[in-house]
Design a protein around this ligand. Structure first.
Ligand code: NAP
Ligand code: 8YV
Length: 326
């Protein structure tokens, strides 16, 4: 039987291509000298895509070039790089990689929080610059008595909250719905949460529905001792409002792993000493990226073996029920 043909649109850990190659035929978009010719010749044969948030958003016009596409397997739990509703309308299933990265991203979030509050990168730079020889590093803010708010108490948000329980801080959260059986205070509005806390950790999906939820008003509500930690998507925070709030002292500090126009980071942010800036490394360990890669491949392998995909996104569930694969 002919092997189904898969297109990989972005570089991924070797485990993805290795696993796919056992039962499927793999094409790589990178390195195609004649992209137009590639789409014309190979496009109609492609039945599955392995893609990533590192690749530009998959626009609907790509679907035109791939008339026989059945499934898009995306590397990452956030899938704002794919129009999953448009895909479902065309009968294309979308999968992502939830669960396998929760603990890694939560570890990084706690690291970023502590680094931001206790100014760990700044102190490290201070020592390397030889400045300790002249004077001790200035005293930092503290995590003690901080009131932590989590925007998005999902799988990763809960892993963050579980860790924070050991730090003897108060924990509250906001999402669109109150959750049963969680021991944290729910705030029905984001502005209400921001007023009630002084440290806001953002871990919700990106995309149009959450664009610029963190704006000047939310930052003002967080207050002068306020610390913003964003490990969600850059699009969730109005970056210009954040820079202004840091420059004016409206909030105290920020720790960011994600940006509006990655990998470009505004020079204004880079110049702010009270911002700790990481290059989108939440899940970026060898262990976890391999687990994500395995899941990307396993979703495709399952689909082309005639089984259910392992981790379809919610927008695909109706479609899967209709085709008897749920
Ligand atoms: P999840 O389990 O689906 O949780 C998402 C949470 O966000 C839910 O609690 C949901 O609660 C809340 N939410 C969704 N839309 C909202 C809205 N409009 N307003 C307020 N709350 C909203 O997802 P997850 O696995 O925890 O991942 C969350 C996100 O983290 C991903 O989508 C991705 O963008 C980001 N991420 C970043 C990195 C990194 O490297 N920095 C790594 C992994 C993930 P309700 O449904 O009740 O609103
Ligand atoms: C990855 C992420 O860095 O899972 C996500 O949503 O943002 C990260 O785990 C990203 O998906 C790499 O493409």
């Amino acid at each position: 039987m002919d092997r189904a043909e898969i297109l990989m649109t972005a570089p991924m850990p070797p485990i993805v291509a290795e696993t796919l190659a056992q039962s499927l035929s793999v094409h790589h978009l990178s390195g195609q000298a004649d992209a137009g010719g590639f789409w014309r010749e190979v496009g109609p044969r492609i039945r599955g895509i392995a893609t990533s948030t590192l690749f530009a958003r998959l626009e609907a016009d790509l679907f035109e070039r791939l008339p026989n596409l059945e499934i898009i397997s995306s590397f990452g739990v956030g899938y704002d790089n794919v129009d999953a509703a448009a895909a479902a309308a065309r009968g294309i299933v979308v999968t992502n990689t939830p669960g396998v990265l929760d603990e890694e991203v939560a570890d990084l979030t706690l690291g970023l929080l502590l680094a931001t509050v206790r100014q760990i990168p700044q102190a490290e730079r201070y020592l390397r610059e030889g400045r300790w020889l002249s004077a001790p590093f200035p005293l930092s803010p503290t995590l003690r008595n901080r009131r932590i708010g989590i925007l998005g108490l999902g799988q990763i948000g809960k892993a963050v909250a579980r860790r924070l329980e050991r730090f003897n801080v108060s924990i509250a959260y906001h999402g669109r719905t109150e959750q049963q059986g969680v021991p944290y205070v729910y705030h029905p509005t984001l502005i209400g949460l921001a007023r009630a806390v002084d440290t806001l950790i953002v871990i919700i999906p990106g995309g149009a529905a959450t664009r610029h939820l963190i704006d000047g008003a939310v930052l003002e509500a967080l207050g002068q001792e306020g610390i913003l930690i964003n490990v969600a998507r850059g699009s969730v925070v109005d970056e210009r409002a954040l820079v202004a709030a840091l420059q004016s002292g409206t909030i105290l500090a920020a720790g960011l792993d994600v940006y509006e126009d990655e990998p470009r980071v505004p020079q204004d942010l880079i110049e702010l000493p009270q911002a700790v800036l990481l290059p989108h490394i939440g899940s970026a360990s060898v262990h976890t990226r391999n687990a994500m890669g395995k899941l990307v491949a396993d979703n495709l392998v399952a689909w082309f073996a005639g089984a259910q995909p392992l981790t379809p996104v919610p927008e695909s569930l109706h479609l899967l029920a209709r085709v008897g694969r749920s």
